[in-house]
Ligand binder design. Sequence first.
Ligand SMILES: Cc1ncc(COP(=O)(O)O)c(C=O)c1O
Length: 442
Amino acid sequence: MTNPSSVTPNDLSAFWMPFTANRQFKKQPRMFVGANDMHYTTSDGRSVLDGTAGLWCVNAGHCRPKITEAIQNQAAELDYAPAFQMGHPKAFELANRLISIAPKGMANVFFTNSGSESVETALKIALAYHRVKGNGSKFRLIGRERGYHGVNFGGISVGGIVPNRKMFGTLLTGVDHLPHTHLPAKNAFSKGEPEHGAELADELERIVALHDASTIAAVIVEPVAGSTGVLIPPRGYLKKLREICTRHDILLIFDEVITGYGRLGKPFAADYFDVQPDIIVTAKGLTNGVIPMGAVMVTADIHDAFMTGPEHVIEFMHGYTYSGNPMAAAAGLATLDTYKEEGLLERGTELGSYWEQALHSLKDAPHVIDIRNIGLVGAVELQPIAGEPTKRAFSAFVKAFENGLLIRTTGDIIALSPPLIVEKTHIDQIVDGIRTVLKEVA
Ligand SMILES: Cc1ncc(COP(=O)(O)O)c(C=O)c1O
């Protein structure tokens, strides 16, 4: 137990770390003290190659000068401005810049501070939209098994990762779930979109038949599910979902917290799959992960539905103290500049086939039962140790770190998402590093 009077500056006990095996970490800490481009520096002076863009967010690589400078200048010029009933130019500029690169149909932006807040915001917009349109009976939200939509109550309710839900009571009511799309028996070792499973979208018709469309507000899915272990949608699945939603006046929300800002080799997954959602949820790569910020994009139809009534009355009772914060807006603008100057939002298209070939060369490595890839995302799924799920992948993660490579594991899946500045030599190092580690782990 922590005794506050005994705490010293470098004592590790006070910080309750998020999504971390705290006791293991504090026995064997893994500390970063610096970063540059594709690499971190550890507290013992080692260089670690970033195979995960931090947490899927540092798309332009680390400590990029333009972003650093923009934050430094903004801190000296305007540190904070109230977010409610007041504005500052950079938030408007960033919203306009976002819409200029957004998929067709997106017209307005609501700023948040994280992916989780963006999800809550999107769900609330969807519910309120139907209500302001006079369809208040549309209150149900449909998520998907194995979906990850952050950690707040709305997000875990529509999400489908059991350990993230089971501790937290009854969650939101009026939620149902589509089946997940992971079909390893048919689709193992698929390159890009798997062949089988588009018909799983028809399950939405079954859910509509059960609850009636007049009660359903929105469907939320990750176009490519990331945190659950990189589940790539079967070819044609997302188009089918779109058609069914349109048929029943159900809003389609794409959670692009991971897929947004170039991860698939297009600015957004909606572009990649050529499917137009009604709402897009983003965060992470918006500011290169440097300052917390999220953005929810909506169609003009949704935004304009709220713009009624007396003009002095607030149209949507929602917002955060830091919505559109000046420091975050400055970071966002400099990040979008960097993406544009370096062609990073399309770089996954150039490198995708090299990435695919390199990853699939691990097919014969020990313990590998599946490999999946799309854009600059990849997953190597391992056979779990009998009776000890997650242990093999966690050992691989620790060994990779010791060997100078940062990977991410979820369950027994190694998930990879390097910064979009990655070079072929780095891809080789990532793949060789994983091959080495898989030979070492039990
Ligand atoms: C698809 C998706 N939605 C939401 C979130 C939550 O984002 P945050 O951790 O910024 O709250 C994540 C985080 O990984 C995510 O992958």
